[in-house]
Design a binder for this molecule. Structure first.
Ligand code: FAD
Length: 496
């Protein structure tokens, strides 16, 4: 009889672990608290419109290729590469900047504000690329048995990168560029990590290399949710059963092993081994009751910004906008320094707009448009009352209308607003933090919550808050790392 694995959570981490384990002969069953699979990579449907709920693009597309090869299946969805990557709008500036991967074209965008841009960006990206290639296999793509093992591995990273662990991404921008706009634009990747460029170490400029040179950004033909639908179809072929509306709230153990997890109705879920795709830190606190992950301990850690998300279905097409757009202001340093802690008013925020039906016409009825607005906001530790989310959303929509000259309010047919309160409720995101634990150097690699439980032998973790970190490709890598861990524990030599 094949060993049985129970996976708690159907985020991308849980789904890709299910694929890998079934490929290795495990029998897999899944439980999910939400009514639909995908976790944050989810779908919202209202009034004839569809919306990708959170991720709208991703880097390192080759990680999906690795996944399907590992699982001996064909790619169940089609990538669409973004080029230009996105457009950036600064308050009070009539023009916007299109971020092309072609550096000559990009230099034309900045010729009026950053002399000698092409030479500067080439030098900057060369250094960022070296960090990426010198660390990817050492820090990102592997399991660590202990902090000492991790630190030992770190000693094999070329010493020339060491200073960039100790100064900020923003300082690296200042070392390379002169214009405010260029510095701000290339430091936006700090926000993709859910932090700010002022508190993100300069080593993370490796993300500039991944976006501009290495693999760029992609989304998926027909919408991001095609990733989930494709994986679900494959899991069905592999007889994986998923039980929705099933929230795990407790467990029983016996002789150092999990005996069963229990759901809200009291039903016990048994298996030979268990993989938790819920937040690896939050779950250890709320369900496993580990003192090192108590609420006080978790609150003292650094978490990524929470999302305020707005979904609009419009009765007409939006003219003159690109698919992916950032709307920024001039008080960048002040805003970044204060937004996390709710020390600045949210009436003039920074935000991102994705016109989803431009890539995916099937997301809106003929002649109509649907769009997604993401505004990074303080998590529930710093702002617990979100009864003003409607007001904040309205001021963002008003600002967007003024800055684009298109009246979004007037054309709105469908409007959905999700505050950090809902994000926490829907998917169990700790304090509503959008990307999970932050990526400070004391929270990555050997310092991140491990993918194998500290105490119980048959309990594992996968997803954004365990190794290697957050974002779709990282979650896919996380599923490989936990699978390797499980296979090793069961005496099976993992595939290289
Ligand atoms: C607004 C937003 C925008 C983003 N944009 C991007 C982007 O553009 N590109 C990108 O690469 N990444 C993006 N991300 C990050 C990306 O979505 C995540 O890193 C990734 O989806 C995390 O996957 P996961 O499997 O770790 O966890 P999740 O997707 O959170 O899945 C965990 C699952 O476990 C379930 N669960 C939790 N607790 C329990 C329980 N007790 N019992 C049963 N089930 C439980 C949850 O309901 C959920 O379905 C974004 C995130 C947000 C919030």
């Amino acid at each position: 009889m094949n060993k049985k694995a129970l996976i708690i959570g159907t985020g991308l981490g849980g789904l890709s672990t299910a694929l890998r384990l079934t490929s290795k002969g495990y029998q897999v069953e899944m439980v999910e608290k939400y009514h639909r699979a995908g976790g944050r990579l989810n779908l919202l449907e209202k009034g004839g419109f569809k919306f990708d709920m959170a991720p709208t693009f991703f880097s390192m597309s080759y990680e999906f290729k690795e996944l399907v090869d590992y699982c001996n299946m064909t790619m169940p969805f089609e990538f669409v590469e973004l080029d230009p990557l996105y457009s950036v709008h600064f308050e009070g500036d009539k023009r916007s900047y299109l971020i092309y991967k072609d550096l000559q074209k990009l230099a034309l965008e900045f010729q009026a504000i950053e002399p000698d841009f092409e030479r500067k960006i080439k030098g900057f990206l060369k250094a960022a690329g070296e960090i990426f290639h010198d660390t990817e296999n050492i820090v990102i793509q592997r399991n660590f048995n202990s902090v000492a093992h991790y630190l030992l591995k770190l000693t094999t990273v070329p010493i020339k990168h060491a200073p960039k662990m100790f100064y900020s991404m923003w300082r690296e921008m200042e070392r390379n560029f002169d214009s405010f706009e260029v510095k701000v634009i290339f430091s936006l990747v700090g926000f993709f990590l859910g932090a700010t460029p002022f508190d993100t170490p300069a080593v993370y400029t490796l993300l500039n290399y991944t976006e501009m040179v290495h693999d760029g950004y992609h989304n998926v033909k027909g919408g991001m949710y095609k990733i989930v639908e494709g994986i679900l179809q494959e899991l069905e072929k592999r007889n994986v059963k998923i039980h929705y509306n099933t929230e795990i709230v407790g467990y029983t153990e016996n002789k150092g092993r999990i005996q069963a997890f229990t759901d809200r109705s009291g039903k016990a879920w048994t298996a030979d081994l268990f993989v938790v795709n819920a937040d690896a830190a939050g779950f250890r606190g709320s369900i496993m009751k580990r003192p090192e992950f108590s609420q006080k301990q978790l609150d003292s850690r650094k978490w990524t910004l929470a999302p305020l998300t707005i979904y609009l279905g419009l009765d007409t097409k939006v003219p003159n906008m690109y698919h992916h757009n950032y709307f920024l202001r001039r008080n960048f340093e002040e805003y970044a320094g204060k937004i996390f802690k709710n020390q600045i008013k949210l009436d003039k925020p920074y935000y991102y707009v994705n016109i989803q039906s431009m890539h995916n016409p099937n997301y809106a009825p003929e002649g109509k448009e649907c769009l997604f607005i993401l505004c990074p906001v303080p998590d529930l530790r710093y702002k617990s009352d979100w009864s003003d989310s409607g007001e904040i959303a309205d001021s963002i929509i008003q600002d967007l209308s003024e800055r684009t000259g298109f009246n979004f309010q007037e054309h709105t047919e469908v409007k959905v607003i999700l505050s950090p309160v809902q994000w926490e409720e829907m998917f169990g995101l700790y304090r509503g933090s959008g990307l999970g634990l932050a990526h400070d150097l004391n929270q990555v690699g050997g310092f991140r919550p491990k993918n194998k439980d500290e105490k119980l032998d048959n309990l594992y973790y996968v997803g954004a808050s365990t190794i290697p970190g957050t974002g779709l490709p990282m979650t896919v890598i996380s599923s490989r790392l936990v699978t390797e861990r499980i296979l090793k524990d069961h005496g099976i030599v993992p595939k290289k």
